[in-house]
Write a protein that binds this ligand. Sequence first.
Ligand SMILES: Nc1ncnc2c1ncn2[C@@H]1O[C@H](COP(=O)(O)OP(=O)(O)OP(=O)(O)O)[C@@H](O)[C@H]1O
Ligand SMILES: [Mg+2]
Length: 249
Amino acid sequence: MSSRSGYPGFFITGAGTDVGKTIVCAGLLRKLSRQGRGVAVKPVQTGCERIGDKWRAPDLELWRRASFSLSAPPELYCPVCLELPASPHLAAALAGFTIDAEDLSAAVEAKLRVHPWAIVEGAGGPLTPITHAFTILDLILRLNLPVLLVVDNRLGAINSSLLSLQALRQAGASVLGMVFNETSPRRDELEEHIRRDNRRTITKLGNIPILAEIPHIFDFSADNPAHWEQIDRAWENFPRPLQPSGGTA
Ligand SMILES: Nc1ncnc2c1ncn2[C@@H]1O[C@H](COP(=O)(O)OP(=O)(O)OP(=O)(O)O)[C@@H](O)[C@H]1O
Ligand SMILES: [Mg+2]
């Protein structure tokens, strides 16, 4: 699991926002927690709630609930919490400041240095701006962690995932594979067909493997242990160690 940077872990990005990155990270942290106490990092979280002098970050909250049965629950870390549910650069601007990319990267690196494993979840997709001069992709390159790309399997996934893959690879990121997720239920036969074809077409055109597939969980609740068991099953065959996949997408 060691990356070229020497930090053991994964950077989870998505082919868009709301594709299920946090649920995917939660499943992965449940799996990795069996190897000891690591850290799950959300470098920038927007849409946070201020309670007194503390911030409540929704993605960390889901991870906390995913950790309920773990003997070595991960440290949860979010250095930049912003109230507005918008792109980080905009949420920060509307709060009256610009995120310091150097400070942010150094703070995350400090956590990666002292844990046996780390999962870092980006905001939105690879080209989401943290500032006008520093994107999620720049953070991926700075941390030099291997990337897992989360794809919401629905109409439109071919274009969004291949574009994300292209941007990641062209910049020199090490992409290990995709995690397919289903945020919505399959409604009819056509949708079944589209989702089956998405799997075939994206893996072929992107020359990239699917490393885990999370099913749609009807009425998902983070407080329902049966739902976490379902997610755990999706990670059973997650291969390790992993090599980056080649390709020209
Ligand atoms: N497999 C699934 N089954 C049921 N619901 C899901 C599934 N995956 C995600 N969802 C739901 O879809 C929504 C978006 O998921 P999630 O918050 O994990 O996305 P995200 O990519 O992390 O978003 P962000 O970019 O805001 O961090 C949530 O309401 C989540 O509960
Ligand atoms: Mg999230």
